[in-house]
Design a binder for this molecule. Structure first.
Ligand code: PLP
Length: 352
């Protein structure tokens, strides 16, 4: 990959930030380093709406997506579930536990199933809307009705078609300690109790760049389970108060900067223009040659590994193992703007 020669200024904490020439379309010099680096788990939300609007009023709210999934499986009792080969154990766990046969569906470089299976009457197809890019495939499968379950965790603002099942974990997208959406094609009873074991401490610590935030985050994660309980009151309230229009707009603007800068180096088969309306969890970047996550961590850019448990999974499709090792989901969330995105692109280009 060509080395990027844009100039960069060294900011406090050793992190390099790009200084922008006056003629550049980006007119701002990064005012201060992003506390705690760029990316990683969400911090406390700053974009609060003056006019609260319920997020996904058609969905039932649950504390975690694994609990929502376990509920779907409990209600449907499928004999077989088709699951994406590239998925985390947090999702596979409830499916295995349900006793259903698990059939893994390999994905291609477009992150869509290479071949879409047709589930039988007592079967379920779990489609992952990977980074929101599977919208058309999801729409095309809508005719499956209640045999289709869409996982919108990486595309929170793209709910499943009506008449289908859907789940989405929200805390990866938004600064809340827990919470998940559960869309049901039939009448469903909402959880009668709320999650009480989570805390917002890590969100505040993360926003402040406090190094203790990670430990607090891990503690919070450990509190989540497959129990069918509602989200904590903090999450439930925040979800309706966050300025989702601003979150959407920022993510979309940011992902477009990254795609424009990096698409020529991206081995994934993505559309030339990032589609409007696709608001992703992160920008999926598969560089060639591969770039270790640690090269980004050295510059305080936190791109997660999705998913370490698939790296050496002997049963996994070769592309699944490659995605698990090499995919860099680059942060593009609402905490950041174009200056941060150019910085990420500069770091990636310089490190390659
Ligand atoms: C794609 C996807 N779906 C579902 C889940 C489960 O979400 P939760 O942690 O809220 O149970 C995860 C969690 O890692 C995920 O990555």
């Amino acid at each position: 990959m060509a080395t990027n020669t844009r100039s960069a200024g060294r900011a406090r904490g050793g992190t390099c930030y790009r200084r922008v020439a006056p003629s550049s379309p980006v007119t701002q010099v990064l005012p201060s380093p992003a506390p705690g680096g760029i990316g990683g788990f969400q911090g406390a939300e700053t974009a609060i709406s003056a006019e609260p609007l319920p997020l996904h009023p058609a969905a039932v709210r649950v504390s975690s997506a694994r609990a929502a999934l376990a509920r779907v499986l409990w209600m449907v009792k499928p004999t077989r579930v088709y699951v994406p080969d590239w998925i985390c154990d947090t999702v596979l766990g409830p499916v295995r536990q349900s006793g259903a046969e698990v059939v893994r569906v390999p994905l291609g470089l477009d992150l869509l199933p290479i071949e879409l299976p047709t589930p039988g009457e007592d079967e379920l197809l779990l489609l992952l809307n990977a980074f929101g890019l599977a919208g058309q495939r999801v729409a095309a499968a809508a005719g499956l009705g209640s045999r289709l379950l869409v996982d919108a965790t990486q595309a929170l603002y793209q709910p499943p078609p009506s008449g289908c099942w859907g789940i989405a974990s929200v805390r990866k997208f938004l600064g809340v300690p827990d919470g998940a959406m559960l869309w049901s094609p039939r009448a469903i009873t909402a959880p009668s109790t709320s999650q009480e074991a989570v805390s917002t401490a890590h969100l505040v610590a993360r926003a402040a760049g406090d190094p203790g935030a990670l430990e607090l985050y891990r503690r919070n994660e450990a509190a989540l389970s497959t129990d069918y309980v509602g989200p904590s009151p903090a999450s439930d309230n925040l979800l309706d108060r966050i300025d989702h229009a601003q979150v959407r707009a920022r993510r979309l603007r940011n992902v477009r900067v990254l795609h424009d800068r990096l698409k020529a180096h991206n081995q994934l088969a993505l559309p030339d223009e990032w589609p409007s309306g696709v608001v992703p969890l992160a920008y999926p970047f598969l560089p060639s040659p591969s770039l270790p996550h640690t090269a980004l961590y050295a510059r305080q850019i936190w791109a997660p590994c999705l998913w370490p448990e698939r790296r050496d999974d002997a049963e996994a499709h070769p592309l699944t193992r490659r995605l698990a090792r090499e995919l860099l989901p680059l942060p593009c969330d609402q905490r950041y703007d174009a200056v941060h995105m150019h910085h990420i692109a500069d770091v990636v280009c310089a490190a390659s």
